[in-house]
Structure formats: structure tokens, C-alpha cells
Design a protein around this ligand. Structure first.
Ligand code: ADP
Ligand code: MG
Length: 395
């Protein structure tokens, strides 16, 4: 689960990590009031969406007049902001953060994340702040300093010093960084975070350290013990299909391709996606309908896959181990009764009651292709998607 910048900055404040003064506003009037509350003569208006790259997309605007703050808030609020990190549809802007402007001397990068291979929290820092850190890492890995924190002893002062020297900080700044790192590490552990990122962390003109941006991702599997953080969820920023899937206890993740996949079991779902790729196609989603599923849930899952306008063909790949193939067939037939299916459908049913399932589908009058092996299924659906994509003019 992601937090908004203003929520992450609240957490930062609570952990003594310096951030600019700011007020969140949900209407142009509130944005205007924020300028009075903050005082000063200049402000920065920042669109609150669950994505970075806002600066380049017009989502971060410096203003030198309260009327301009109001106007920028009016422009952003209610709009959808598209950045390099959102899809083509962008994300809805329901709030803006009005901040005091910071005079920036240097822009640095600081990130904490779980390094699964090392089984530790890793702290990453770079003097190339304000840029796409993945690009920095790819171009010049030596520009990144990396320390791993021992979970038993915690973050050690020498580790903070090492990062401070690598960032070229002077003595008072290194001391400020120590305090900031301790706060961030505590925040990371206490809130079950999976990522805490400050890009940019700035050295101000006055020589202090300030987190100008704040990104916090939380481990969704730990939310049951983080009710206060879970309450910060903004489902308006999340994929509506993933939300609908969660409501039906389906494991669904939206992807960029055009082949809808309905599979049972996470392992088979991964293998199916690999096979689709191997045969030259691209999956539109990951979907695991689960083991002990019902016809209703299959129907919901099928509707979900079809509701994605990118989908040019659907592959149903079910291995009946715990789940019965006839139930899956019933679910598909039920779904098709509710929603029209106008894309090619390839079905592979194997295992428990597969023959019954295939018979149900054959009797339903539904237009579909069947496949025996995994490869055959992938081959057929990739060809079908290519044909359907060509006929509708989409790719
Ligand atoms: P994003 O990463 O989504 O583009 P940031 O919060 O990093 O958004 O802001 C983009 C840029 O805008 C920053 O690199 C910084 O140069 C500038 N900026 C952001 N907040 C402030 C602020 N309070 N004062 C001055 N400049 C700011
Ligand atoms: Mg940023």
C-alpha cells in the first residue's frame, strides 16, 4: 500500500525527519487559506498522487502570489495527473500540498528498502538527487552508496558516517543526517514499510537537511497490525480492477499486455504468463482464481478480465486439482450470460472433471477454441490476440 506525500511527511515529522512546512488542501479555497497559515510570499503547490515524476508533469508549481496558488489548486484538483510513473490515464488529484519554498543548494537521494537477497534493510544514497535513481544505478553503480542494517544491532553510527561522507556533507550536516537516518530506520521498522524514499533530500541554502519529497510504501501483508496506517489508504489511487478483485478474494494484478489470463494457482498463473511471453504475446493481467473457488467467483473473475479494454483475447488455463473444471466452465458460462464476450477465447481444462467441463462449454454454444497442452494454449491465444488486435486496429 502506498501513502501520499503529505501522509509520508506527517510520519517523517513524527520521527524528527525534517520536512518543509506544509498544509494539505482539498479545495482552491483551502489552498488560499494555506498561504495565510504558512505566511511568507512564495509557495509550492504539489499535486498529491501515488506516483513520482510530478515535477516534470506540471504537478509541482512554484507560486509567488496567493491568487496563483488558488488558481493552480483549481487547475489540479479534480483533474487527472499523468506522469512518467502513471499509466496513460494518469491518477486523480483530490488533494494538493501547499508548501513553504526551500532554497536548494544540493539535491541528494536517500532510500531505505528491504533487500530480500541480503535479508536486511538496505539504505541507499546518492549525490544524484532529483533524478530517476534506477537510471543513475544503471549508468554508474559507483554513484550509489549502499549499507545493510543488521536487524539485531540496528543502524550503527559508522554506517551513518559512511553515508554522510559519500554524500559530501560537512560535520554539522553529518550529525543531522545521523539523526535523520535513525528516525527513518525506526519509521521503516515500526510501520512495516517496504520502501521509504526521499528524492530529493536537499541541502538547503542555509546548510540544513530537508526531505523535499517523501515516498512510503507499506507491506500490505502487515496492515492487519497497522490499523492507523491502513486508515490512510486512498483507494481512489488504486487500480479499480484490483480493488474489485480484492473484494472477491481474487489475486489480480493489472499488466500492460493484451491477453487476459484466467488461471488457478499462483504458480500456474506465473507459468502461463511466461508461456504467453515465450510465444510472443503479452499478458494483460495476472489472475489466480484460487483453489477452492466457486462458480460465482469464477464469473466475477471472468468479468474482471473482460472489463479491461486492452484485452484482445482471453486464455483460461485451469488445472483441476482442488478446483473442479466443471465449476470453472459453469462460472464462465454464467459470466458470459451477464457480459458480452467479443474477443476470442482459448480454454485449456485439465484434471478433475475436465471432460465434464469441456462438455458444458461445448453445449453452451459459446464460441471458443480448446487446447490440450500449455504450449498449444499459449500459441492459440497469441495468434488470436494478434488477429483480434489487427481487426480492431489496436495493438
Ligand atoms: P516528483 O518527484 O513527483 O517530481 P518532488 O516532490 O520531488 O516531486 O518535486 C519535484 C521538484 O520540485 C524537486 O526536485 C524540487 O526541485 C522541487 N520542489 C519540491 N518541493 C519543493 C519545495 N517545498 N520547495 C522548493 N522546491 C521544491
Ligand atoms: Mg521526487
Amino acid at each position: 500500500m502506498n501513502l501520499h506525500e503529505f501522509q509520508a511527511k506527517e510520519l517523517f515529522r513524527a520521527h524528527a525527519v525534517g520536512v518543509p512546512d506544509g498544509v494539505v488542501a482539498r479545495s482552491p479555497g483551502q489552498a488560499l487559506a494555506a498561504t495565510r497559515q504558512l505566511g511568507g510570499e512564495r509557495w509550492v503547490v504539489k499535486a498529491q498522487v501515488h506516483a513520482g515524476g510530478r515535477g516534470k508533469a506540471g504537478g509541482v508549481v512554484a507560486c509567488d502570489d496567493p491568487a496563483q496558488v488558488r488558481a493552480e489548486a483549481a487547475r489540479l484538483l479534480g483533474s487527472r495527473l499523468q506522469t512518467a510513473q502513471t499509466g496513460a490515464d494518469g491518477l486523480p488529484v483530490d488533494a494538493v500540498l501547499v508548501e513553504a519554498p526551500t532554497a536548494i543548494a544540493r539535491e541528494l537521494y536517500l532510500g531505505l528498502l528491504v533487500d530480500r537477497a541480503a535479508e536486511r534493510i538496505a539504505i541507499m544514497a546518492s549525490t544524484s538527487g532529483g533524478m530517476d535513481i534506477e537510471a543513475v544505478a544503471a549508468r554508474d553503480p559507483s554513484a550509489l552508496v549502499l549499507v545493510h542494517v543488521d536487524p539485531v544491532v540496528g543502524l550503527m553510527p559508522w554506517q551513518g558516517r559512511r553515508i554522510g561522507f559519500a554524500l559530501g556533507l560537512d560535520k554539522p550536516q553529518r550529525a543531522a543526517l545521523q539523526q535523520m537516518l535513525q528516525g527513518l530506520y525506526r519509521l521503516f521498522v515500526d510501520s512495516d514499510a517496504s520502501l521509504v524514499e526521499i528524492n530529493p533530500l536537499v541541502v538547503t541554502a542555509e546548510g540544513g537537511l530537508l526531505a523535499l519529497d517523501a515516498k512510503v510504501n507499506l507491506d500490505a501483508n502487515a496492515l492487519y497490525r497497522q490499523p492507523a496506517l491502513e486508515a490512510l489508504r486512498d483507494s481512489g489511487q488504486e487500480d479499480p480492477r484490483e480493488l474489485a478483485a480484492a473484494a472477491h478474494q481474487l489475486n489480480y494484478i493489472s499488466l500492460d499486455g493484451n491477453i487476459g489470463c484466467m488461471v488457478n494457482g499462483a504458480g500456474l498463473a506465473m507459468a502461463t504468463m511466461d508461456l504467453v511471453k515465450l510465444h510472443g504475446g503479452a499478458p494483460a493481467n495476472f489472475l489466480d482464481v484460487g483453489g477452492g473457488t466457486t462458480a460465482e467467483r469464477v464469473a466475477e473473475a471472468f468479468k474482471l478480465v473482460l472489463s479491461d479494454p486492452k484485452v484482445c483475447a482471453v486464455l483460461v488455463n485451469i488445472f483441476g486439482g482442488i478446483v473442479r473444471c466443471d465449476l470453472i466452465a459453469e462460472g464462465i458460462i454464467r459470466a458470459v450470460r451477464d457480459v458480452r464476450i467479443d474477443v476470442p477465447l482459448v480454454v485449456r481444462l485439465q484434471g478433475t472433471k475436465a471432460a465434464e467441463g469441456r462438455a458444458l462449454l461445448a453445449d453452451s454454444g459459446l464460441e471458443l477454441q480448446t487446447a490440450g497442452s500449455l504450449s498449444e494454449a499459449a500459441d492459440k491465444v497469441v495468434a488470436a490476440a494478434a488477429g483480434a488486435g489487427a481487426s480492431t486496429g489496436s495493438a
